[in-house]
Design a protein around this ligand. Structure first.
Ligand code: GRG
Length: 292
């Protein structure tokens, strides 16, 4: 199967699993379940589920169905987008090409929908993996989403917004945690559902970190260069707010150089993994040239 067919297959499997595993929209109180589904089913790229499913496949799959874990990671990712868009954070009107959750519903509903998605992710993991590898999956996701990683990265990002002279080291902390943590966890969780050995988990984590950094640098480049229609969200916000980004620190060419270096490091980590890693290799290469 070629790269884009495989990516589409993973995305289609994820859409079906989302439909099946989320509480029905009519579940009381309908408003919260409608809001959860509104943001989740708005058609994101489903990058994190694809990473998870591909890591499971790399180690033979079959041990446990990886789809509930793929839905759990997308729930956490979507919660972080809903909360990031709130007026108290990034204050954005557009996400995944549609009005943000607080614009479509209201702030309180959006806040609760984010909370509910975060909680539901752990509900899914404990229900679908009641024995091994349930504990390891919960541990991995809790670490990645917690105050030292995703939330910590977001906190430092908000603090950095208040100054115009954030350093490269501060920016790296933000990206490693705000962006790379959930990407790393996606890969590791996929491998855990297939009982991968510990040394492979370490290489996958290295790969995820470098992929996450590439992804974020390209995100900064797109924010500086792409238009709303292509991006499905508002571009140019970083420059307008004076925020420190890779583009601000290193210029467009410098940012592109950094993105290429992290892509190379990702490929080096990938070479240590067994099995057919063609999909992950092509994914990191496409990341470098993505347009949205
Ligand atoms: C509120 C705890 C908390 C965290 C927010 C997600 C986030 C952290 C901030 C959004 C801004 C941002 C640039 C985050 C980096 C991660 C990122 C680029 C997310 C967007 O991911 P995509 O492009 O989105 O995969 P889709 O919609 O395709 O899933």
């Amino acid at each position: 199967m070629d790269f884009s067919t495989k990516l589409n297959t993973f995305a289609a499997q994820t859409e079906l699993a989302l439909e099946k595993l989320l509480p029905p929209a009519a579940t009381r109180p309908a408003r919260i379940h409608e809001a959860m589904r509104y943001s989740l089913q708005a058609g994101g790229k489903r990058l994190r589920p694809a990473l998870l499913l591909s890591a499971a496949e790399l180690f033979g799959g079959g041990q446990h169905d990886p789809l509930p874990a793929a839905v759990a990671i997308e729930c956490v990712h979507t919660y972080s987008l809903i909360h990031d868009d709130l007026p108290c954070m990034d204050n954005d009107d557009l996400r995944r090409g549609r009005p943000t959750a607080h614009k479509q519903f209201d702030e309180a509903t959006a806040l609760l929908a984010g909370d509910a998605l975060l909680t539901y992710a752990f509900d899914l993991l404990t229900r679908h993996y009641p024995a091994d590898p349930g504990f390891a999956l919960v541990r991995e996701l809790a670490d990645a989403a917690g105050s030292r990683r995703l939330i910590g990265g977001q906190m430092e990002d908000l603090l950095a917004e208040k100054k115009t002279d954030a350093t490269a080291a501060e920016l790296e902390f933000i990206h490693l945690n705000k962006t790379a943590a959930i990407i790393e966890a996606s890969l590791v969780m996929g491998a855990l559902t297939a009982a991968a050995p510990p040394d492979a988990l370490a290489s996958l984590r290295d790969f995820g970190r470098e992929l996450g950094l590439t992804f974020q640098i390209v995100d900064d480049i797109l924010d500086a260069t792409a238009d709303t229609a292509t991006l499905g969200k508002t571009p140019g916000k970083d420059a307008k707010s004076g925020k420190t980004t890779f583009v601000k620190l290193h210029g467009l060419d410098g940012a592109r150089r950094h993105a290429r270096a992290h892509t190379q490091a990702a490929l080096t980590a990938l070479a240590k993994l067994p099995g057919d890693t063609a999909f992950l290799r092509q994914l990191v290469e496409t990341m470098l040239t993505r347009k949205s």
